[in-house]
Write a protein that binds this ligand. Structure first.
Ligand code: MN
Length: 490
């Protein structure tokens, strides 16, 4: 059967669990540095993180605040009382012998997100809950020995658990992408995917279309890119359907993703499932939050992607332009916020649209140019002035772009209009001056044929005359004005 036929015969059902590392300065229960990037193994670990007996963990309030912000992004209420539990298992990356997590009373309750799909529609995925927990360390395996690095042990996480509302690989990718946008825009995580700031576990099962019961599911663990989420879902669908088509059974199991081969492989089956012996953690008091506290913290969450989409649509951007801008915001927010520049003009729709499109067409391509480095100049001021000069017909759009590219990397901004004048970019909008050039061009015998054509009704030829006027004025004439003057005369 072809892929399309199989997709018509079987339904896939996907739920995703996502671990998000929170952007705190210190770890969840200790004062150890939470940023291990570039640091030598086991250099940012406190005795609390490796569970030395007698140590007493103290909950990091900053992590709680970020979880409260995440709740807003997930459209989910925050529990007034939540608690920590111990999840027991032995693995060398967790020397405590248990992970401190939230099993029974998680901090973030049920919610949902709306993820945009490429075709312009959205998929709503309900969130079952999200809980706080600590990350484990990292093992590296070499020949007949392994090494453990505990720098990541105790890093604060929230684990976001979705309902099984996802029914295609594309929707799985869209969900992961939107979750990433929400968590980064809300300031919950740095969103460094390469360093594992967000990791996705994809649970997928297949069943004949219309079947009441879901099939047995496989869980593909630790995917760290949107593309691998999509590819792993596609691969699992076909692997499981192939088993069913051959009359074989699907086993419930945990699988890993081999990014080089683009396949999943079995890691452990349901038979090895562990009893985690969950129990309340007696060392950490419950998190008790008043509604007022929650509201105050959530009020500091900046505009989220969904709200930006509404605003950008209102000022006239299409969805491709909008998504380009949202992506760029994540990419460059540590140096400058493109959306803040749009927001600064949001009371003036025309100006805001000019600025937003300026980003999409001019600024983002410049930022992507490796030889360009953004400086501390006031980009809002620069772009706003270029807008004003363009609107006053003093700069053509090409000249405005040229001025921007010349100035965007400078350390200090000159007076923009004087600069543009000096460089010969200001276009002539003085009717008298242009009229003289227009008359000169119309009187030129070389224009005679064009003039006759226009008089005979061939309007296209007017471009030729405007071109002549631009040439004579050395590009400074305002073309719209030149065209108007030609029409008046013919
Ligand atoms: Mn977990």
């Amino acid at each position: 059967m072809t892929s399309t036929e199989l997709l018509e015969k079987y339904d896939m059902t996907i739920g995703i669990e996502c671990h998000v590392q929170l952007a705190t300065d210190t770890k969840l229960f200790s004062g150890a540095d939470n940023d291990a990037r570039g640091k030598s193994p086991n250099s940012v670990v406190s005795p609390i993180d490796f569970g030395l007996p007698g140590m007493l963990p103290v909950l990091n309030r900053a992590a709680v605040d970020l979880a409260i912000k995440a709740g807003k992004a997930l459209n989910a209420p925050i529990a007034n009382v939540s608690r920590f539990d111990r999840k027991h298992y032995f693995y060398p990356d967790l020397p405590k012998g248990y992970q401190t997590t939230q099993m029974y009373d998680p901090i973030i309750q049920a919610g949902y997100i709306d993820a945009p799909l490429d075709d312009g529609s959205t998929v709503r995925v309900r969130i079952h809950h999200a809980h706080m927990e600590e990350d484990a360390g990292k093992l590296s395996h070499y020949g007949n020995y392994s090494l453990v690095d505990l720098n990541r042990a105790g890093t604060p996480l929230i684990e976001i658990v979705s309902e099984p509302d996802i029914h295609s690989a594309a929707a799985a990718k869209a969900y992961a992408t939107e979750l990433y946008r929400l968590m980064t825009f809300a300031g919950v995580t740095h969103g460094d995917l390469y360093n594992g700031n967000m990791r996705f576990d994809v649970n997928l099962s297949v069943a004949l279309k219309g079947a009441i019961e879901l099939g047995k599911r496989a869980e593909v663990k630790n995917l760290n890119s949107f593309r691998s989420v999509e590819k792993a879902a596609e691969y699992e669908f076909h692997r499981q359907v192939a088993l069913l088509e051959r009359g074989e059974a699907i086993v419930q199991e945990t699988r890993g993703w081999d990014d080089a081969k683009q396949i999943t492989n079995s890691q452990r089956s349901k038979e090895d499932a562990q009893d985690y012996r969950y129990m309340p953690d007696a060392d950490i008091p419950p998190i008790v939050l008043t509604d007022q506290e929650i509201a105050d913290i959530q009020a500091t969450v900046p505009r989220l992607p969904g709200e930006w989409r509404v605003l950008l649509k209102t000022i006239g951007l299409d969805s491709l332009q909008t998504e380009t801008l949202l992506d760029a915001e994540n990419e460059y927010r540590t140096t400058l916020s493109l959306l803040d520049i749009v927001e600064a003009s949001s009371d003036n729709t025309e100006k805001a649209k000019f600025i937003a499109l300026w980003h999409v067409n001019t600024f983002v391509p410049l930022l992507r140019d490796e030889s360009f480095i953004a400086t501390s100049i006031d980009y809002t001021d620069l772009i706003t002035q270029l807008y004003d000069l363009t609107k006053a017909s003093k700069l053509s759009s090409n000249s405005a772009k040229a001025v921007f590219i010349e100035l965007a990397g400078s350390s200090e901004l000159p007076d923009i209009e004087s600069y543009a004048t000096e460089k010969g970019y200001i276009q002539e909008s003085d009717e008298g001056a242009i009229a003289a050039v227009v008359d000169e061009v119309l009187a030129d015998p070389a224009s005679a044929k064009a003039v006759a054509d226009i008089k005979a009704g061939n309007d296209k030829v007017i471009g030729f005359l405007v071109g002549q006027i631009m040439k004579k004025s050395q590009g400074k004439a305002n073309p719209a004005l030149a065209q108007k003057l030609i029409r008046e005369r013919l």
